[in-house]
Design a protein around this ligand. Structure first.
Ligand code: NDP
Ligand code: PMR
Length: 360
């Protein structure tokens, strides 16, 4: 059974379906909700405000729910589909007034800039930012591109978040919250020091020639390493960029700002929308494969609790850390792969990304 599932899973990555183009949508902002005040006279920390990108489903939604239900957080759900997010929040039973939905399409740098303006208009301090949204296009034969012409997976998962995080750093810096955090979700599949990270195609940023040339597929490659397009690899490369970016933020800004920078692998949440573009056979086999064979499976609810810990647990304030959880669901500081902890590569990815998003 193990061998058969492995072969089917591996084969299923090679089956092609058309990729979905994502367009920038008009900005939509829900009415700001007042942050509940802490009871007067008591020395309680005020309600924290956490921005979570991609909170309309999967890990982002489960984290938003866990934080909202704790009563200690107001969640700003940064999503590209307003109605879907509103329905998801309601269906998840998130308390009314515990969240605000603000439009964000990470596939458009204009949308990212507009989001930052809209969020500032809410007049709430920004205490935590969680870069969680992602797309995974394992069956795409050809690359698709963001509004700014970047290959979609790296464009959304890394470059959109890079601009967002850079812009919001000053808001985090200005916040008076006792523990301010910027969290960028990583993954085991970007780390080649693990079994999961050695399933082909493996992450590899190479000498960054594709990123340097703009990732636009016009006269240059759509892949960071300059090689031919491979959707699964592009996703894994984007996760390496996420983990490198977190560490570069830590080196450049932790001391100056006091912000905690962190990344994590929450476990294999095999049931989320991340696999929506995969073939039906993969979607059928992947959850039982992860539950019964690798035993790496976690539910959306459990993964949401883990990310919520990285947002708010007083014990997880160390900066520059990539968190993982053991079989007993206890958090620990995990080791990144050689590439995902390469300081020189982190600096280069940072500098090239700055140029691409118009910050340098
Ligand atoms: P989902 O597909 O359920 O969630 C992804 C979210 O990203 C959705 O809310 C989606 O919005 C949003 N999104 C996609 N494109 C854009 C865009 N252009 N602009 C704004 N939002 C966008 O997947 P997961 O919950 O699994 O993924 C969440 C994170 O967890 C990702 O960073 C992923 O890499 C990471 N992860 C997941 C693992 C897993 O096993 N599932 C394991 C390790 C890490 P919409 O609803 O509109 O499509
Ligand atoms: Mg993997 C302990 C082993 C382990 C873990 C924790 C994961 C997580 N995977 C493991 C092993 C294997 N996977 C093995 C042995 C195989 C070969 C059969 C395998 C295959 C596989 C495929 C085809 N796995 C996958 C895919 C995907 O398409 C997923 C992916 O790579 O998305 C980028 C995936 C994943 N495996 C994981 C996790 C967490 C994923 C989702 C990827 C992510 O969110 O980063």
């Amino acid at each position: 059974l193990c061998l058969a599932s492995c072969c089917l899973l591996l084969r299923s990555i090679r089956v092609n379906t058309s990729s979905v183009a994502i367009r920038a949508q008009a900005a939509a902002v829900s009415a700001p909700t007042a942050t509940p005040a802490s009871p007067s006279g008591k020395k309680t920390v005020r309600t924290g405000n956490a921005i979570i990108t991609g909170a309309s489903s999967g890990l982002g939604l489960a984290t938003a729910k866990a934080l909202a239900e704790s009563g200690k957080w107001h969640v700003i759900m940064a999503c590209r589909d307003y109605l879907k997010t509103a329905r998801a929040a309601r269906a998840a039973g998130m308390p009314k007034g515990s969240y605000t939905i603000v439009h964000l399409d990470l596939a458009s740098l204009d949308s990212v800039r507009q989001f930052v303006k809209n969020v500032r208009q809410l007049d709430m301090p920004i205490d935590v930012v969680v870069c969680n949204a992602a797309v995974y296009q394992p069956t795409a034969k050809e690359p698709s591109f963001t509004a700014d012409g970047f290959e979609m997976s790296v464009g959304v998962n890394h470059l959109g978040h890079f601009l967002l995080a850079r812009e919001l750093l000053e808001d985090l810096k200005a916040s008076d919250y006792p523990s301010k955090r910027l969290i960028i979700v990583g993954s085991i599949t970007g780390n080649t020091n693990t079994l999961a990270g050695n399933v082909p195609p493996k992450a590899n940023l190479g000498d960054l020639r594709g990123l340097a040339a703009g990732l636009n597929g016009v006269g240059s490659a759509a892949m960071i390493d300059g090689a031919e397009f491979d959707g699964a690899k592009a996703y894994k490369d984007s996760k390496v960029c996420n983990m490198l970016t977190m560490q570069e933020f830590h080196r450049r800004y932790h001391e100056e700002t006091g912000v905690t920078f962190a990344s994590l692998y929450p476990g294999c949440i095999a049931t989320t929308g991340l696999f929506r573009e995969h073939i039906p056979l993969f979607r059928l086999l992947f959850p039982p494969f992860q539950k019964y064979i690798t035993k790496g499976y976690v539910s959306e609810e459990e993964a949401g609790k883990r990310l919520a810990q990285v947002v708010s647990e007083p014990s997880l304030t160390k900066s520059g850390v990539y968190w993982s959880w053991n079989k007993n669901s206890a958090s620990f500081e995990n080791q990144l792969s050689e590439e995902a902890s390469d300081t020189e590569k982190a600096r280069k990815v940072w500098e090239l990304s700055e140029k691409l998003v118009g910050l340098a």
